[in-house]
Design a protein around this ligand. Structure first.
Ligand code: ADP
Length: 451
């Protein structure tokens, strides 16, 4: 309480009492009565001030407890004014607690959304230092130093373009799209978009999208189109060339004309084989073909497929031996199994020199039907073995084309086997022949005859 107010509160009652006594003709007692009143006022004022101070102290303690978030025991009784002030503080505390809970919930939701994203994300401050990131980014970068927060872009990804993009976003508010490669055991391609965080907030955000698989598929598609064009162009060029030569007068040359017509015929056959294989492969890859799951006696399937290559084998004076036990029955699609065997036998005859051998064995092994197509041909170097089932992959392009190969036969075999829950494997050594092995689900139990 200010000094002037305190003095007024003390002096006014004493002066009033003294003045009244003088007015009522009691001047002698006026001074004593004034002094007594003064003492009484001083006592009353002191008592109420002590009470007020005690309440204020209690209220201060309570406010501190609320600020620190601890419980406060029930307090001292309040005057009306202080009780109102306490209520106002309580209301303020309730409102702050509600807002705090809402903010916490929002922050947790945001973190969950960011961590659920497949794309990596980091946010930087105005200087370009990372202040926040999500789980996907940590998974993508796996930085050697561990922490991502607190790092500059260059320390995390050695890429000047990304670093410049972050600087431009922070300083000029510019957005940039770029693509970069993360080198490592498995190199990855990332498409990145760097943007300023927002008009009022400083800093930048970058979103990293892993496009490795997308780019790989694009390359596969481009390579495939290039390969198909190349494969088609070769026979078409030959056909057109010989046809033009015949038109130019060779038709009347009885010696060369039949040979040229024969080449045109062979090349057109090659063209149609290629188109057939391509159509078959595209149907397989689009999963447009339906496969039956019936009992297929393998001895029959092998002998039918062998009929398809017998003329060629005999033409090369090769021995074709079929050794499939009669009880060996697979579960699968009869047409697809014959196609697989035909492709393997065709290759075996193709890549085995004149006078060689091609043998087909069958057995029941490990609960599955196994057929081995063995040849005594040119064999395959180990470095090519993992790739020969790819479309258009050939160990020796010239030799394959000379033999009339399309480069698609084994790729079709692999797809067909996969569609029948089967498998195909190869064992080979250069100049020591090759063995292609197919595994198929068996129709019978382990009691089946083996051979
Ligand atoms: P192609 O039509 O060229 O024979 P494939 O897909 O059937 O195509 O075979 C791919 C490549 O695998 C062939 O070009 C050849 O180099 C190799 N290959 C396949 N079978 C044999 C085999 N029995 N002996 C040696 N090489 C083979």
């Amino acid at each position: 309480m200010p000094l002037r107010s305190t003095l007024l509160a003390l002096l006014v009652p004493a002066l009033l009492v003294s003045t009244l006594l003088v007015l009522f003709g009691q001047p002698t007692g006026a001074l004593a009565a004034g002094l007594v009143t003064l003492a009484g006022s001083a006592l009353a004022l002191g008592t109420s001030r002590v009470a007020m101070e005690r309440q204020l102290r209690a209220l201060t303690q309570k406010t501190q407890s609320l600020a620190e978030g601890v419980m406060f025991p029930p307090g001292v009784e309040r005057t009306d004014d202080l009780a109102q002030l306490e209520d106002a503080i309580d209301t303020l505390d309730d409102r702050l607690s509600t807002q705090n809970a809402a903010l916490n919930q929002e922050a947790r939701t945001l973190t969950a959304v960011l961590d659920g994203m497949a794309e990596g994300l980091w946010v930087t401050d105005a200087e370009g230092t990372v202040v926040r990131h999500n789980d996907a980014l940590a998974e993508m970068l796996r930085p050697a130093q561990g922490a991502i927060v607190g790092q500059r872009p260059l320390a995390l990804i050695r890429n000047e373009a990304l670093n410049d993009a972050v600087a431009r976003a922070c300083q000029e508010g510019a957005s940039t799209r770029l693509e970069l490669t993360l080198e490592g055991l498995f190199s990855r391609t990332l498409a990145v978009r760097v943007t300023p965080v927002g008009r009022d907030l400083p800093g930048s955000a970058a979103v990293f999208h892993d496009v490795t698989e997308l780019r790989r598929l694009e390359k596969v598609r481009k390579d495939f189109v290039a390969n198909v064009s190349h494969e088609l162009r070769t026979p078409i060029t030959a056909i057109r060339g010989y046809a033009e030569t015949l038109q130019g007068g060779a038709l009347n040359d009885a010696q060369v004309a039949p040979r040229m017509v024969e080449i045109i015929h062979r090349q057109s056959e090659r063209l149609s084989e290629l188109v057939e294989d391509l159509l078959e492969l595209s149907r397989l890859e689009a999963r447009e073909m339906t496969f039956q799951r019936t009992e297929v006696p393998l001895a029959l399937a092998v002998s039918r497929a062998a009929e398809g290559v017998r003329p060629k084998a005999e033409g090369k004076n090769q021995h074709l031996g079929l050794h499939i036990p009669p009880g060996l029955v697979a579960l699968g699609d009869g047409r697809a199994i014959e196609q697989v065997l035909l492709n393997l036998l065709d290759n075996a005859v193709k890549y085995t020199p004149a006078g060689g051998r091609v043998d087909v064995d069958g057995a029941y092994e490990g609960g599955r039907c196994v057929v081995r197509v063995r040849d005594t041909g040119v064999g395959i170097e180990p470095k090519h073995l993992s790739r020969i089932f790819e479309r258009f992959y050939r160990v020796d392009k010239g030799r394959s084309r000379d033999m009339g190969g399309t480069g698609l036969g084994l790729s079709i075999v692999k797809h067909l086997m996969g569609a029948m829950d089967g498998e195909v494997k190869v064992e080979s050594q250069p100049n020591a022949g090759s063995t292609f092995v197919i595994f198929l689900p068996s129709a019978a139990g382990p009691t089946v005859a083996t051979g």
